[in-house]
Design a protein around this ligand. Structure first.
Ligand SMILES: [Zn+2]
Length: 310
């Protein structure tokens, strides 16, 4: 049996992190550190280890010609470019259905304009999904989604963080998913009604969760250091499919990238980009040594779509 794993990278730019924490975005080059600094660090790693991955781009960010060129370069290098919506509204699922479709279509159009091919995959802002969003994705001809994140500890931490931001009298742009998401499958499935049940709908590739319900995402790997990255990765080896989601921001470097304004809000900014990269490399080594083949999410979606339902 083929064992597949995918790495995806969400390209949320620095001002969106400032908005989550309710602080002023840095001005100057720090505001563009994800595209300018983090993407080159990530691609140097991918090139070195012959990894092809999926990058989820926010449409609005591609209005900058520089970013368009970067996306086109990633696509030309064999990476997949996925749609992360046009504006990255955290409350996308609460908007009118025409607005939801518009966000998907505009995101798709600008990616097609940037690299010549329309995206086939979607990742929802903040991992928040609902039936209206899945309906719109299917109507727009999207082939797969990779946003469902059935992780109890992540859910609890996010709920607490949003509460704390509110208590400090600040406003966060982020919102919570419905708790039903925690009942969703941890392996690829077809969306049903409600979305956390299996059905015949869109192909879903859920974000990684370990059997002990820890989030298997870049944030936990870069925060926990090499040993934890190693341990979490070994726990994932029971999965049929490993879906490791990173953010470009995971490889941000506070001093090199001019991100001091965010440092007190984010523990990950207390580690250097080099240290964080070492942990990510350690994690991916475990996966590869166990015989997993690294493919783009598009390839993984096609593989699981072709598989008969159990
Ligand atoms: Zn995002």
């Amino acid at each position: 049996m083929r064992k597949l794993a995918s790495i995806s990278v969400d390209l949320d730019e620095v001002p969106r992190y400032a908005a989550i924490h309710g602080v002023e975005a840095p001005t100057g080059p720090g505001a563009r550190a994800v595209y300018q600094k983090c993407v080159p660090r990530i691609t140097a790693w991918f090139d070195d280890e012959s990894i092809r991955a999926t990058f989820f781009a926010i449409g609005e960010d591609l209005e900058r010609q520089e970013n368009r060129r970067i996306i086109a370069g990633l696509h030309a290098a064999g990476h997949e470019i996925g749609n992360h919506s046009y504006h990255h509204h955290y409350d996308l699922t609460r908007r009118a259905s025409a607005d939801i479709s518009d966000e998907i279509r505009r995101g798709s159009t600008i990616i097609e304009e940037s690299c010549g091919t329309p995206p086939v995959g979607f990742r929802a802002p903040g991992y928040v999904v609902n039936e209206a969003l899945f309906g719109a994705l299917e109507a727009c001809g999207v082939e797969y989604d990779s946003s469902v994140f059935p992780c109890a500890s992540y859910y609890a931490v996010k709920a607490a963080a949003l509460g704390a931001i509110k208590l400090r009298g600040r406003k966060s742009s982020s919102i919570l998913d419905r708790p039903g998401v925690l009942r969703a499958p941890r392996e690829p499935y077809r969306i049903g009604q409600p979305f956390w049940k299996e059905g015949n709908g869109l192909m879903e590739l859920p974000i990684g969760v370990t059997p002990l319900q820890l989030p298997y995402i870049g944030t936990s790997l870069v925060l926990g250091g090499d040993r934890l990255a190693n341990r979490l990765s070994r726990q994932m080896l029971r999965r049929e499919f490993i879906n490791l989601e990173l953010h470009g921001f995971d490889l941000a470097d506070t001093s090199e990238d001019g991100l001091e304004v965010l440092r007190s809000h984010r523990a990950d900014l207390h580690r250097s980009a080099a240290e964080k990269l070492r942990s990510l490399r350690a994690a991916v080594r475990v996966i590869r040594d166990a015989g997993y083949e690294l493919v783009t999410l598009e390839e993984a979606a096609r593989h699981f779509k072709a598989k008969p339902n159990p």
